[in-house]
Write a protein that binds this ligand. Structure first.
Ligand code: IPE
Ligand code: IPE
Ligand code: MG
Length: 250
């Protein structure tokens, strides 16, 4: 077995976002139905969430169902909604002091799912540990369109001056308004694309792509991604020398 990596616990990314991809191919490879891949994938969500809590990640944002995923076969969408309902475990969140949130166009979700999500968000809202955020019926283009509409409405109502609009205004109108930008974006399943996920929030994220299908992405894989992140230099447009100088001062 591969030796586990050493992590610097003082430099854990605050916000990790994951595009959990590859459930269907994982199942196909085994001659199983796609929905079985989703089932095992849901188990992985629990394991990765608990590992993220142990590592001290503050925000874990999981791409669970995209705006575009509504176009999948009806049977698959129904199976995914059922799984979602089944796997929202309030007790586990309470045990881990996790506050649970959802971002996305949740009005589109079936009522039984929506009801459970809302209850769970409410009951865990006072928890002070990690924020677990599911992106559901979410896409960046949807989010940015909504933000634009709200900003335009405020300008029209005279509550906001056109000249006062800056990048903070936009940030404050996103579904992630209470969260820091993404530090590390992980995509499993081999594709190297963002698929309409957190485009604004990933402006300076470190990107990590791996071939492992989501159902096989276990705790050591998460630690490997974080170790990779810790080996990178985040320059934010500066030179390496400037970054080093800033690090010495801080
Ligand atoms: C990710 O796995 C889960 C969702 C998008 C809901 P996929 O279902 O996309 O799996 P692949 O990409 O077909 O293997
Ligand atoms: C992205 O995966 C969405 C989620 C993981 C929820 P997809 O499988 O839908 O992405 P594409 O279609 O391959 O880009
Ligand atoms: Mg996919």
């Amino acid at each position: 077995m591969e030796k586990d990596v050493q992590l610097d616990l003082n430099r854990i990314p605050r916000h990790v976002a994951i595009i959990m991809d590859g459930n269907g191919r994982w199942a196909k490879q085994r001659g199983l139905e796609r929905s079985l891949g989703h089932q095992v994938g849901a188990e992985t969500v629990h394991q990765i969430t608990e590992e993220a809590v142990r590592l001290g990640i503050e925000y874990l944002t999981l791409y669970t169902f995209s705006t575009e995923n509504w176009n999948r076969p009806e049977q698959e969408v129904t199976a995914l909604m059922g799984l979602l309902f089944q796997h929202i475990e309030e007790e586990t969140f309470m045990k881990n002091n996790v506050s649970f949130k959802v971002i996305g166009d949740i009005g589109k979700l079936p009522d039984f799912v929506k009801g459970k999500l809302m209850n769970c968000m409410e009951h865990t809202s006072k928890n002070t540990g990690m924020s677990l955020v599911l992106a559901l019926s979410y896409s960046s283009k949807w989010e940015l369109t909504e933000a634009t509409r709200q900003i335009a409405a405020e300008v029209k109502a005279g509550k906001l001056e056109l000249s006062d609009i800056d990048s903070d205004t936009i940030q404050q109108h996103l579904a992630t308004r209470d969260m820091p930008d993404v530090d590390l974006l992980i995509r499993t399943g081999g594709e190297q694309r963002l698929s309409n996920y957190l485009l604004w929030q990933c402006a300076y994220a470190e990107l990590y792509f791996c071939d492992t299908y989501w159902p096989d992405f276990k705790e050591p894989e998460l630690r490997k991604a974080i170790a990779d992140y810790q080996n990178r230099e985040r320059r934010y447009g500066l030179t390496s020398e400037q970054v080093n100088e800033l690090e010495i001062k801080s």
